[in-house]
Design a protein around this ligand. Structure first.
Ligand code: SF4
Ligand code: MSK
Length: 642
């Protein structure tokens, strides 16, 4: 067992304070559990174990000694490729369920079955309809919403041919042609790499990875790409676009980040997970005079709704809700003793939260039938009574306030100011209604490139360390940084989204940001909003008349932890971007798969993965890739994922 110091666990001073407090109080954290799991299984780390059938489980020896085949004869290459694309299927499914739920809600609003929600952004609805080829003239908003929702729902199961309707409507022609060329290198024909429908691509992976089916690693990986594209140009894109229609397209908001946003005097309600459908109603209820009065009657100063992970990324982009933290802050927030309710929807929620909440007065409230936890208080979201549910949840938090043990309250003071809310529309608005100033700045070299950063925290990496240092190193090299997810919260906590940061960046970037009144680090939203980055990048490529793979654009998922982050990385790399990852994905057991993800992808798609632990070296490699693209060559730089 390797013991890490608090400094090795997190780069966040508020988290360090909480870790010291947790140790003093005897409270366990994710870092303690990781220590007890260390050293982790080397065979699992390398992706060479298989549990697909009951003749197994099988494992391949990493040292080349026997056994080198599973009981059925599967090789390490097949096993690694199968395991990897099963992760991609799970990532696609997770984002896409969010998209499906939003599409179903929009359909019900359009049909008048749901009166709890409405169309907050009619202009966005018209823009989406226009993209989808739906004529808006002489149609009222609800008719239009109904047709958009049906088109979105078609992407899930009805549409059986290539490509799915949202991809058809949104993907620029030259990006589409890029995939035809890539298909040839994989011996797939025409547009076969473009997804047919989202559900089908997930099912296809589960089918072809079933015992005794597809054993050709490259064929398996090609299906992984097709499924990841169903996420980027399907499920995630649908979630982003339709959430904007229902809840509003993000605009610039000022907010604050870190545990100091918890208010000792108030009822603190933390929303956590990914979906905005319920959190919008909770925020609405908490702001109501009725709930604020009730809180004051119970001795609190009011109700303070803050959030974690991507639920807060959604809420802050539209309402300026403050960020209590990212993935590894979830336990720490409860340990402050000042949280009356932690309300979760889906994904990235530790299963231990119910037990931890019981050590305090905190109500751990689950709301999704897809995400139940033993020991939680379950208040299911019924979208037809969402207002009532929101009020019930806020009332539950207010009731818990009286049970708060004042002696157990310990809130670190740290907060940082952040300016957030950069949808593609908002970026365009700052650039005078078009993206051409950004394209020109890239072409002239005023800005060296754009990096899209995504992803999680992972206790194997000091929390936020890579997020902060890779971002700083990229800025230092005159790169505009955009991003989403827990990276965005980590960057905000570290002050990297403070608009004053512009004063410290190189001249070209500084002048560009100042003349367009944007900061050099742009918060573009939640995990599903990586689709905003995909749209931004492909629009820039379209404007400049070349494929994405020739633009000085890169991606990175430092500190990634989830299957969703891998899927995002794969659709960005398949779209033509060099994508940095750390930690190493579970592919070290197959040099063939490692080679395909680097040189193989570079040859077929233009994009590829690079793996690097050191933020300075990662920034160097990403910037070198940008420069090479600017100079017309897009070869792989220092390939070698393994
Ligand atoms: Fe073993 Fe093959 Fe079954 Fe996998 S599919 S568990 S390698 S026998
Ligand atoms: S919440 S997927 S830990 S970014 Fe979207 Fe954070 Fe990663 Fe979950």
């Amino acid at each position: 067992m390797v013991r890490k110091s608090d400094k090795e666990k997190t780069a966040d001073p508020a988290a360090r304070e909480m870790l010291a407090y947790a140790a003093q109080e005897g409270l366990e954290t994710v870092w303690d559990r990781l220590e007890r799991q260390t050293p982790q299984c080397r065979i699992g780390e390398q992706g060479i174990c298989c549990r697909i059938c009951l003749m197994g489980p099988c494992r391949i020896r990493p040292d080349g000694k026997s056994p080198q085949l599973g009981v059925c004869g599967a090789t390490g290459d097949t096993i690694v490729a199968r395991n990897l694309i099963r992760m991609v299927a799970a990532g696609t499914a997770s984002h896409s369920e969010q998209g499906r739920n939003v599409a179903l809600l929009l359909r019900d609003v359009a049909l008048g079955r749901n009166r709890e929600y409405g169309i907050t952004d009619p202009d966005k609805l018209r823009r989406v309809a226009h993209r989808l080829g739906i004529k808006s003239r002489r149609r009222n908003l609800k008719q239009l919403a109904g047709q958009v929702a049906e088109k979105a729902l078609d992407c899930f199961s009805n549409h059986q041919e290539t490509p799915l309707p949202f991809l058809e409507a949104y993907m620029p022609d030259q990006t589409r042609r890029q995939f035809q060329k890539a298909a040839e290198t994989l011996e797939w024909e025409g547009e076969a790499l473009l997804p047919r429908n989202i559900d089908r691509e997930v099912v296809d992976i589960l089918h072809r990875t079933h015992y005794g089916t597809d054993h050709e690693p490259k064929n398996l990986l090609a299906q992984g790409v097709r499924c990841a594209l169903a996420d980027g140009w399907g499920g995630s894109l649908i979630a982003t676009e339709l959430q904007d229609v229902l809840f509003g397209t993000p605009t610039v908001q000022r907010t604050r980040a870190n545990l100091g946003v918890l208010d000792e005097a108030a009822v603190n309600l933390v929303v956590h997970g990914h979906e905005p459908i319920l959190s919008e109603k909770i925020i609405e209820a908490a702001k109501s005079p009725e709930m604020q009065d009730l809180a004051r009657a119970r001795g609190a100063s009011g109700v303070n709704v803050v959030g974690m992970c991507c639920t807060v990324n959604e809420a802050l982009m539209r309402q300026g809700v403050e960020m209590a933290g990212n993935h590894l802050h979830q336990e720490l927030a409860i340990m402050t003793g000042a949280v009356e309710a932690l309300v979760v929807d889906v994904q990235c929620i530790f299963p231990v939260m119910a037990d931890l909440a019981r050590c305090f007065h905190t109500r751990f409230i689950t709301t999704s039938e897809a995400a139940r936890f033993p020991g939680s208080l379950h208040i299911p979201l019924d979208v037809e009574r969402a207002g009532d549910i929101g009020r019930r949840i806020v009332r539950t938090a207010i009731d818990a306030f009286q049970e708060r043990d004042r002696g157990k309250v310990f809130i670190p003071e740290q907060t940082a100011t952040a300016q957030v809310g950069y949808s593609v529309e908002e970026i365009e608005r700052h650039l005078g209604g078009r993206l051409s100033p950004l394209t020109e700045a890239l072409q002239s070299g005023q800005i060296r490139g754009i990096a899209g950063l995504v992803g999680c925290n992972n206790p194997k990496v000091p929390q936020d360390f890579l997020h902060i240092h890779l971002t700083r190193e990229l800025l230092r090299r005159n790169v505009l940084v955009v991003g989403t997810g827990c990276w965005a919260i980590g960057a905000a906590k570290a002050g990297l989204m403070d608009p004053d940061l512009v004063n410290g960046v190189p001249e070209g970037l500084k002048q560009f940001c100042r003349s367009h009144d944007i900061p050099p680090v742009l918060h573009m939203g939640s995990c599903v909003d990586c689709s905003r980055m995909l749209l931004l990048f492909s629009s820039l490529a379209e404007e400049s008349g070349g494929p994405l793979g020739k633009m000085p654009l890169v991606g990175a998922a430092p500190e990634w932890a989830t299957e969703k982050a891998l899927t995002i990385g794969l659709y960005l790399a398949a779209s033509g971007l060099p994508v940095h990852l750390w930690p190493l994905p579970p592919v070290a057991g197959s040099p063939l798969v490692g080679h395909w993800l680097t040189e193989g992808m570079a040859e077929g798609f233009g994009g590829y993965f690079l793996v690097e632990e050191d933020p300075v070296a990662a920034a160097d490699r990403l910037v070198e890739a940008m420069d090479r693209r600017r100079n017309g060559s897009r070869g792989v730089l220092n390939p070698g994922i393994v």
